[in-house]
Structures are given as C-alpha cells and as structure tokens.
Design a protein around this ligand. Sequence first.
Ligand SMILES: Nc1nc2c(c(=O)[nH]1)N[C@H]1C(S)=C(S)[C@@H](COP(=O)(O)O)O[C@H]1N2
Ligand SMILES: [Mo]
Length: 508
Amino acid sequence: MSTRGRSAVAGLACAAVAIGVAELAAAVVTPASAPVVAVGAAVITFTPEPVKEFAIAVFGVYDKLALVAGIGLILAIIAAVIGVACARRPWIGYGGLAGFGLLGVVAAVTRPGSSPWWALPSLIGVLAAMLALRLVFRRRVALDGPETARPPVPGRDVDRRGVLIGFGVAGVAGLAGWRVGGTDDIERIRSTIELPRARSVGPSAVGKALDVKGITPYLTDTANDGFYRIDTALTLPRIDPGKYRLRIGGRVAEPLSLSYQELLDLPLVEREITLSCVSNEVGGELAGTARWLGVPLKDLLDMVKPDAGADQIVGRSADGWTCGTPTKVCSDGRDAMLAVGMDGEPLPIRHGFPVRMLVPGLYGYVSATKWLVELELSSFDDFDAYWVRRGWDAEAPIKTFSRIDTPTATKRVKPGRTPVAGIAWAQRRGIGAVEVRVDDGDWREAELAPVISTDTWRQWVLAWDATPGRHRLEVRATDESGDTQPEKRVTPFPNGATGWHSVLVNVE
Ligand SMILES: Nc1nc2c(c(=O)[nH]1)N[C@H]1C(S)=C(S)[C@@H](COP(=O)(O)O)O[C@H]1N2
Ligand SMILES: [Mo]
C-alpha cells in the first residue's frame, strides 16, 4: 500500500477509536448522548422539509438507518483525507479531531432533555482518538545502522501495529457500548408485566378476514415487527415503568400526575384500530391494525377538568417530540386512549413503551405520541407541535385510502379467474365501497370483508377474468358518507397523499 493509502487507513483508525470509545461512554451516560446519534438527531431536527420528505419516500422505515450510514460515510471520507494530511502536518489531525469533538458536544448538549453530562462521550472519544493518533503516526527515524544513519525525511510513518490496535480497541469498545446501551434491561422489565384485563372489550373482526393469497392480513403481525415504525428517535427512549410518571397539566383546573400502576388501575378498554402515517404514499405501507388496550382519554380529562378555551392537547414524549391533538376528540364518541397494550402484550418499546396515545381517525403525527410523559392542555393559537413548526397542517384527519395488494407488478399472472384484492380505510367515516377498473374500462364494485367499526381498515376482493397481455388495474374507495377518493395525485406534504393506486400486470 502506498504511504498515502496507509495514512488514510490510519486516519480511519483514529476516527474509529473516537466513535467506538464514545459509544461505550455513551452507554454509561445515556445512548442518546453518543456523538453519531446526537449529530444524527440534530440533522433530523434541522433538515429542511423537502429533504426529509424525500428521505422517507426513498428509504421509508429505513430512513434512520440511511441517515446513520450517510453520516458514517461522510465521517470516513473526512477521516481518510485528514489522515493523509496528518502524515506531514500532525496538527491537522489534532485540529480535525477537536473540531469533530466540538460538533459532537454541541449536538449532544442541545438535544431536548439533555444534561451537561451528555458532552462526556464526545470528549472522551476525542481524547482517546488523540492518543491513538500519537501512537499511529510515528516520527520518521533513520532505519539504517548508526554508521550509515542519514537524517530522516521530514514527515511521519504509519505504525501498522498501532493501526490494528486502534481498530481493535474501536471494535471492542463499540460492541461493548452497543451491548450495555441496548434496551435489554427495559425489555426484561417489560416482559414481566402482566396487564389487567379490559373493563370493556370492543367487537373483533378477527376470524372474519377474507381468505385471499397475498392480501394484507386484518391484524398486523406486531410480534414480528410487522407493524410499521415512524418516529424521529435514533435511539429508543428507555423508560423504567417503575419510575414512570405521566403529568397532565396546562390549562386545567386540577393538574394530575400518575404512575404507570395508577394508570393500569383505571378502567381499561380494548379496541381494534388502524393507525396510519401522513407520510404514506399512494399504494404505501405505512399503516397497521392492532388490538389496543388503554385508558380512555376522556376519563383522564374528566379528572383534570380542562378550561373551556383549551382546544389543543399537547403530547410530549420522553425525547422531547411534541404532538397536538384537538381536545374535541374526547367528546365525539371515538376511542381516543392512552394505550398501554398492543395485541395482548405491553406496548413494544419501538411502539412507545410504556404509554402512548392513540386517536382513531387522525394521522399519527397529530395524535399518537409514543413514550408519552406529559399531556398539556393548551390551544392551537398558543402552541405549534414538532411537525406543525415544519409546515405540516395542525389538524390532519386521515384521508380515504385504497391499495391493491395482489396481483403485483412483479408476479406473473396466468390467464383466467384471478382475485384482485387489497385493503381500504377511511377511519371515522368507514369504507362504503371499493371499485376496481381494468384498462380504463367500467368501474366494478368489489366484495368487502365484514367490519366491526369505522376505525379499522377493510379488506376487499374482486374476481377478474384476466386475458393475456399487459393490463393496468386501478382502485378507488368511497367512504360511507359518499365521498370518493379523488383521482388527482398530491404528495403527503402537508396533510396526506391522495390519488388512485394502480398496478401494471403481465398476464401470460
Ligand atoms: N415520541 C414520538 N412519537 C411519535 C412519533 C415520533 O416521532 N416521536 N411519530 C408519530 C408518527 S409520525 C406516527 S405515524 C406514529 C407511528 O407509530 P408507530 O411507529 O407505532 O407505527 O407515531 C407517532 N408518534
Ligand atoms: Mo407519521
């Protein structure tokens, strides 16, 4: 390898030491204080809306993975370049490390809910990396015997053993940090929780689903991570239910603070509800249906007695994310709740353990705060929540949606009777009809699966006599108030996508 190549690898080794050691230190402080995570979180906070929308459109639920990979790649390139420069001018290396350390510190201590301690992982990581730099780039010495010694060429040599040790230290520290900083401890506590039974169990459509190959199942497979996850959290908030408190305050007559157990002791309801994300594109998969167990939000508001003008409930997450929900969802009969259970188990950590909010009929960003720690009664005039500050609508009821699950564009279809099937939803209004057309022909009405309420999605199926050739299938749904999905495509920003889903299929 050339001298340059070696120097670049040495630069990478030093950066790896910084990241690995910082990761380990962060596991002790708190995982969110790790520099890459903190910088990533800051990037999420400051990224302009169109870029964020692009990221969700391209990477979907892998947007966070893409972000961390992107940061890693940029870091690696800069580290390699600095490594090369460092062989001649070591101060560039120290300066570069100090710069990155500062970036990590600033990002960490400006995170919501952070403390000055959050600076530590970045500082310790950078100090370790400076030490590594000292060991890896050695002053060039004369290699010949004493008699033939020539003065050394200015510059530095790379100590290969030092580089290997650097990568080793980085790997071990990083792995240890990852083990210690995981959610294992909270997961253990979660697995011992026995939730009380619901006082009121709603009707169920389980067992009434359509039997069509390839159709979205009625209940989402939450246990196997089948339920979509969307949030701004790079590290999952870890909340010990034993220390958990929910504060309910703001414009109320009687503020309240409840422990997890006190919440569980209130009368619970269980309901099947479909949750969906405003970022879901036409044909997208950012929605899921589960059996939710929780405390009716109305019961809690009755306890605190909101002021008449408090038209917005602001939900706060343990990681500082905020969400604004119209207070009136508590008085129109819908099952708005603080959920503690999902499909018979305590909420999974990724879905908001120990407590999250859920409001049928509203997109997640205006209703479904995960890792919920505070409800503040406020007004829409007084407060803009996280996504509202970034231009999304303050109020966002879920729009009618329909999707063709089968056939797909990639599967070969044989001529003859073929089921065209999928799902549709229009929470609060209910799905009245689903229609399908082939190649701009007549719209034909699909058969609908039985439903238990307006708040869950509805499967549908239509028998199609497929003829050889290439065909375009289109779907549109009509809600029970008679409104049909508009054909016009609009993007998810700022209040949800519209348009008919279509697929091109090859019949042969
Ligand atoms: N704390 C917190 N809660 C959150 C979010 C978030 O970023 N942070 N995102 C919301 C959005 S945009 C959606 S669509 C739902 C998704 O819930 P899920 O991840 O359980 O499917 O959570 C909501 N609750
Ligand atoms: Mo969302």
